[in-house]
Design a protein around this ligand. Structure first.
Ligand SMILES: *Cc1c(COP(=O)(O)O)cnc(C)c1O
Length: 363
C-alpha cells in the first residue's frame, strides 16, 4: 500500500483498504450495470439487496434479537441528541443522563428542551477522566430512560461494564465511537445509536437499534421524519436513504465478518490499546488523561511534558506517515484513535516512534 499512511484521526477515520478498493470500483460501475452505486435508484433491486444485506449482517454480528429494529438515518449522531428525547421523553416526564464529556453534555442540553434531565453522575469537575463504575449512582426509577455515552471520543474514557438501570428503565447509549468494537448484549438496551464515521463507514449515516415497544412512545406532535416509527415501518426507505454511506457500511460489515466478527476484533483492539498504555505506564514522559479503570480501547489520550514537545511529536509523527495525533481542541495533548480498521502494524509503528521520541527529546 505505497499510497497509504497510518491515519489516527478520531473521525471521519481510517477504513479498511480492501473496502476502499472495492468502493473505488463500485462508484464507477456497480455489478457490471454500467452505473455507479451512487447513481442507481434507492428503489432498484440492486440497492434493495445492499441495504437488506447491511441490515442482516448487522443483526448477525451483534446477535440483535427479533424485537429490535435497525434503522439507517441521516442527520449525524448529533440529531439523536434531540430525536431520543423527542420520541421518548414526554412533557412533564424525566430522564437520567450520565455526564462523561462533551457529547453527553450536548445530549443533556437537548433533553431539557423536552422534559426534565436528571444528571446523577458527572465527571466534569475532574476533567472527564473517568466513567462511573456499575451501580455507582442511584438512578431515579421514574426515569423514562438512562442515557450514557459508551466511549468518550474526546477524553479517551470508556465503560468496561455497561451501566445498569432500574427495572423497566431502558438504557439508551451513544456508541458512535465504539460500535462493533466489542460484543454487546443488545437485549440490555432500549436504544443504541452510532454515527458511522468512526468505526463503520463514511459520514452520512447513523445507525439506530431500537426495541419495538419504544417505537410507540412518541407524542403525536413529533414530525413524520423525526419519528423512529416512520423509518421502522418503511425499512429505512420512507424517503431516500443515504445510499452511498449504507453501501460502504455493508462493505465494512462484510470485512468485519470475514475477520471473525466482533469478538475477534475486540481481541485485536484490546491488544492494540494495551501496547499504547504500556508505553504510558512505562515512562512518566507520557501522561495518560484517563484513569486506568476507565481507559478507552478506541481513543488513547495523553500529554507530553510540554505543549512545545507535543507540537514537535505530532509534526515528526506526521512526517513519518502517522497522521491525526493532535488531541481535540477542548483538551489539547495527543489522541491516538485506533478503531477497528487501524491495522496492528500501525500501532506497532507508533509505539516504536513514541519510545524513540521520548529518548531523543528529554523534558
Ligand atoms: C463524533 C461523535 C458524535 C457526533 O457525531 P456527528 O455525526 O458529528 O453528529 C456524537 N457522539 C460521540 C460519542 C461521538 O464520538
Amino acid at each position: 500500500m505505497p499510497d497509504r499512511i497510518y491515519n489516527f484521526s478520531a473521525g471521519p477515520a481510517t477504513l479498511p483498504y480492501s473496502v476502499l478498493q472495492q468502493t473505488a470500483k463500485d462508484v464507477v460501475n456497480f455489478q457490471d450495470s454500467g452505473m455507479g452505486i451512487v447513481e442507481i435508484s434507492h428503489r432498484s433491486p440492486p440497492f434493495a439487496a445492499v441495504i437488506a444485506e447491511a441490515e442482516s449482517l448487522l443483526r448477525e454480528l451483534l446477535a440483535i434479537p427479533d424485537n429490535y429494529k435497525t434503522l439507517f438515518l441521516q442527520g449525524g449522531a448529533s440529531s439523536q441528541f434531540f430525536m431520543v428525547p423527542m420520541n421518548l421523553l414526554a412533557p412533564g416526564k424525566k430522564a437520567s443522563y450520565l455526564n462523561t464529556g462533551v457529547w453527553s453534555k450536548k445530549a443533556i442540553a437537548e433533553a431539557k428542551l423536552f422534559g426534565e434531565a436528571l444528571v446523577p453522575y458527572s465527571s466534569e469537575t475532574g476533567g472527564f477522566r473517568r466513567v462511573p463504575s456499575q451501580g455507582e449512582n442511584q438512578i431515579d426509577p421514574a426515569s423514562e430512560y438512562l442515557y450514557f455515552v459508551s466511549n468518550n471520543t474526546i477524553y479517551g474514557t470508556q465503560y468496561q461494564k455497561m451501566p445498569v438501570a432500574p427495572d423497566h428503565v431502558p438504557l439508551v447509549a451513544d456508541m458512535s465511537s465504539d460500535f462493533l468494537s466489542r460484543p454487546i448484549e443488545v437485549s440490555k438496551f432500549g436504544l443504541i445509536f452510532a454515527g458511522a464515521q468512526k468505526n463503520l463507514g463514511p459520514a452520512g449515516v447513523t445507525l439506530v437499534i431500537i426495541r419495538d415497544d419504544l417505537l410507540e412512545r412518541a407524542p403525536a406532535s413529533v414530525p413524520t421524519m423525526l419519528r423512529y416509527k416512520t423509518h421502522a415501518d418503511k425499512g429505512s426507505m420512507f424517503n431516500t436513504p443515504p445510499c452511498f454511506a449504507v453501501y460502504m457500511v455493508r462493505e465494512v460489515l462484510k470485512w468485519l465478518k470475514n475477520l471473525g466478527g466482533v469478538a475477534a476484533i475486540r481481541d485485536s483492539n484490546e491488544e492494540k490499546a494495551s501496547w499504547l498504555y504500556q508505553v504510558i505506564d512505562d515512562t512518566p514522559y507520557y501522561r495518560g488523561h484517563a484513569e486506568a479503570a476507565s481507559r478507552s480501547r478506541m481513543n488513547v489520550t495523553f500529554n507530553l511534558p510540554t505543549p512545545e514537545l507535543e507540537k514537535k511529536f505530532v509534526a515528526e509523527a506526521a512526517a513519518l506517515g502517522m497522521a491525526g495525533l493532535k488531541g481535540h481542541s477542548s483538551v489539547g495533548g495527543c489522541r491516538v484513535s485506533i478503531y477497528n480498521a487501524m491495522p496492528q502494524e500501525g500501532v506497532k509503528t507508533l509505539v516504536a516512534f513514541m519510545r524513540r521520541f521520548a529518548a531523543e527529546n528529554p523534558a
